[in-house]
Design a protein around this ligand. Structure first.
Ligand code: SAH
Ligand code: SF4
Ligand code: F3S
Length: 452
């Protein structure tokens, strides 16, 4: 059997693309290899959002090159966001690479690999393109609904790696969702770099917003999407987060009460230089609006620390927003100058050590609020989806609540990945909960929506 190994970096959109690659390669008889040394074809799906992300993929390339040296019949390919913008440079810099591709042409992989056909075991060609086997899909799946980004924040490479924003049709999305739910998927995450600006045109020519699309998901959850229990979406841009989207959290039972809304900085002058087109105040007003519709919503965010010109006062403005919102989780990044972006030309004047200190301070500061939010669940019965044994302690399994909180619970021989169960929460830290299982069949009266 022909085998492929794909090493994926970056965001969920890259993970989705990897699944799509596995599907197109399945039409050429490829199945997934457990490890790179067992693969005939090795692919890197790279990310370039920060310099560190790019370097990770490139050093992995070095390790795969060593494998190819031992067995020259292996075909080595480099794709994804770095491949998209740096394609030709990579080929000359790494001559051992067999081919390079980008985010917009991975569907042509079958043609790209055709010249290596005779190096591999023969395979029967199949022409099934729709979800036939999603090796990863169990109960959770991603669907990309928009690709690209037109926002051009001054620091961000994504508009260059992913190109102009494009929305898929609602028919296409629902068809993909139906194929997934028929295979047992119960939780779907709708993906896009800026999913709030989804604007899909249906067959009749009418436009569908993200809100309209989620209403369709809700309606269909009793029909063509039977079995769908949880819907999520990511990532949102505050500028396009409107009242309909806030109301959806109180209106659509299938939509999980969790929102990732990056604010990047709490300083208006930094936000202006970032070209984010909102202020700390307008961001806080949006948070207030969503809490009005859904007081128990769980929130998370992204922050960039040490943007060019960020002063101590700017950084403190960021801490002020953190204090006011009370997020569950924060993903904080040190500013990294990226090619093609406007800010690349600006002096990266916050030193590496200062960025590291600010990040540490921010993480420490956030802990109190994370712990406060997680502790709210103590004593509650919450619905969790079981995700598998804990990576750090085999005596525990992990599950995830609708609010995206991780729960650890003692391993039980009966556990199945993807099962929805109820647990009673008895302890919490700033980043996870401890629970005990409620026997299956018992559904707490208060229900999942109010407490999970
Ligand atoms: N489209 C999403 C996320 C884009 S990338 C959004 O707009 O929110 C994910 C996160 O990486 C961003 O939210 C930002 O916090 C971070 N990021 C992007 N470019 C960066 C850079 N040059 N340096 C450091 N962090 C960056
Ligand atoms: Fe990058 Fe801004 Fe687009 Fe997000 S919205 S992908 S940060 S340009
Ligand atoms: Fe990285 Fe590309 Fe996603 S740059 S964050 S993998 S869109």
């Amino acid at each position: 059997m022909r085998k492929v190994f794909i090493q994926t970096y970056g965001c969920q959109m890259n993970e989705y693309d990897t699944q799509q690659m596995l599907q197109v390669l399945a039409t050429k008889g490829f199945e997934r290899a457990e490890s790179p040394d067992k693969a005939h074809l090795i692919v890197i799906n790279s990310c370039s959002v920060r310099e560190k992300s790019e370097n990770k993929a490139l050093s992995q390339l070095g390790r795969f090159a060593a494998l190819k040296k031992q067995d020259p019949s292996k075909v080595l390919a480099f794709g994804g966001c770095v491949g998209q913008t740096e394609g030709s440079k990579l080929r000359s810099r790494y001559p051992f690479l067999d081919f390079v591709f980008g985010t917009n042409n991975y569907r042509d992989l079958p043609e790209m690999i055709s010249e290596y056909e005779n190096q591999w075991p023969s395979a029967e060609e199949e022409d099934v393109l729709l979800p036939r086997s999603r090796p990863e899909a169990q109960a959770q799946a991603f669907i990309t609904i928009t690709n690209g980004c037109d926002k051009f924040c001054s620091y961000c490479i994504v508009p260059f790696t992913r190109g102009r924003e494009y929305s898929r049709t609602p028919e296409d999305i629902l068809k993909e969702a139906a194929a997934l739910t028929q295979k047992g998927v119960q939780e779907i995450m709708l993906l896009g770099q800026n999913v709030n600006s989804y604007w899909g045109k249906n067959k009749q020519g009418a436009f569908t917003s993200l809100y309209d699309l989620m209403v369709l998901f809700q309606e269909e959850s009793e029909k063509s999407l039977k079995g769908l229990k949880r819907l999520r979406y990511t990532t949102s841009h505050p500028r396009d987060f409107d009242e309909n989207l806030a109301r959806a959290f109180s209106e659509l039972p299938v939509l999980c009460e969790y929102l990732h809304l990056p604010f990047q900085s709490g300083s208006d002058s930094v936000l202006r230089k970032m070209r984010r087109f909102y202020t700390a105040d307008t961001y806080l007003k949006k948070i207030e609006m969503v809490k009005r519709y859904r007081p128990d919503i769980a929130l998370s965010t992204d922050i960039i620390v040490g943007f060019p010109g960020e002063t101590r006062q700017d950084f403190e403005d960021t801490l002020r927003v953190i204090k006011e919102v009370e997020f569950d989780n924060i993903y904080a990044f040190k500013y990294s100058a990226r090619p093609y972006t406007r800010s690349e030309a600006w002096v990266d004047d916050v030193s590496f050590d200062e960025k590291a200190d600010r990040i540490q301070e921010l993480i420490q500061f956030q802990r109190t609020f994370g712990a406060k939010k997680y502790k709210e669940d103590i004593g509650n019965m919450v619905e969790i989806m079981l995700e598998g044994p804990s990576k750090t302690n085999a005596e525990f399994w992990t599950g995830r609540t609708r609010k995206n909180r991780v729960v650890h619970l003692p391993t039980d021989a009966q556990f199945k990945v993807g099962e929805l169960r109820y647990t009673k929460i008895f302890d919490a830290t700033h980043s996870w909960l401890s629970g005990e299982l409620i026997p299956s069949g018992i559904v707490p009266l208060q229900g999942a929506r109010r407490s999970a």
